[in-house]
Design a protein around this ligand. Sequence first.
Ligand SMILES: [Zn+2]
Length: 102
Amino acid sequence: MSTQGLVGGGGATSPNLKIDKGSPLWRHTTRIAQCPVGGAYIWKCNYCNIQHRSSYSRVKLHLLGPTGEGINMCLGSDKKRLPAAQIATLAKEQEDANRAVA
Ligand SMILES: [Zn+2]
């Protein structure tokens, strides 16, 4: 019985991991491409499947609100606002991430 020095870590290394650290809501989108300037992405919302091009701040506004900041709030797949409970969950993910990087 030999004990190996390395513990298998799954090896799921993602190049997106770093930017996702303080930006957990990217997980609720599909990033299609990064724009060459400004750190913006072309991304698609996983709830409403609408494609946007913006930085992360707009992703937050899309999912959490408020509206009127250059992007519409998510209307989900059936054109209804996300349930308040779900928005609260997303908001908490963001809060936790803010705390983690602070
Ligand atoms: Zn959406």
